[in-house]
Design a protein around this ligand. Sequence first.
Ligand SMILES: [Zn+2]
Length: 260
Amino acid sequence: MAADNVVIVDTSRPRPEVIGEMDQFSAPVFLHEQAIYLHEGAQYHVDQLDWEAKKAYVRPVEVDHYTDALMSTRVEVLDTFGGPDSGPLARSHGEVKLTSLATMFKKIRFHTHENIGSGPIHLPEQTLHTTGWWISVDPGLVGDVEEAGLQGMAHALRHVAALRLMCDPHDLGAVAEVRSTHTRLPTVTVFEAYPGGVGYARRLFELHDQLLAAAADLVAECPCAAGCPSCIGPLHLVPGAKDACLRLLRAQALTYSASA
Ligand SMILES: [Zn+2]
């Protein structure tokens, strides 16, 4: 196990038992105090997170909500291994440094997705050196709901990327930036959640077109009216986010068919 992973301890058993662990970069998102942590299909409430000791104390619960942490994340590109190529959704991959701060969380009810509570998260900023696949978006495509559309795109791409690679969804993260410091363009980055990465980012770069198509299908085929956590993430309160996300995801394919 990695030295700085957070160990997850179930305190409900007669003798407290370690049920899992999580990398330090992801832990503030999923293991902050009062988070609902999902493990093998079961819900656990995080009673305490001892950041110094890197231990999260949890107990099983059955509740009608999940938690969603709000993050502010910056992406710095350290080295570009491939790309960018041309097109309205230009792909690249390389070495990135992420700096992330979890600021607060929301409690969201299943099915209705209503917000039923919130709270602050007081944990230190985390940095991660890893590899990522990033997509620079033609700024002309990005309209009024730019940020919601980009965030929806990041959510959907991470989801289909994890399915395609058959990895744990926690192995990948995704960030949407309205203006990247590196590309100076609207940019979506899917990164590997472990230091250094294990080679997923290169694979995602190679699968670029297929992943965009799969993400567009995921969003288009989702029965929700205006976006939900299953497709574009917990953004359903932003009107037009689902349509904006679909327009972005389909932009590349439209260019191909126009030039064919
Ligand atoms: Zn949906």
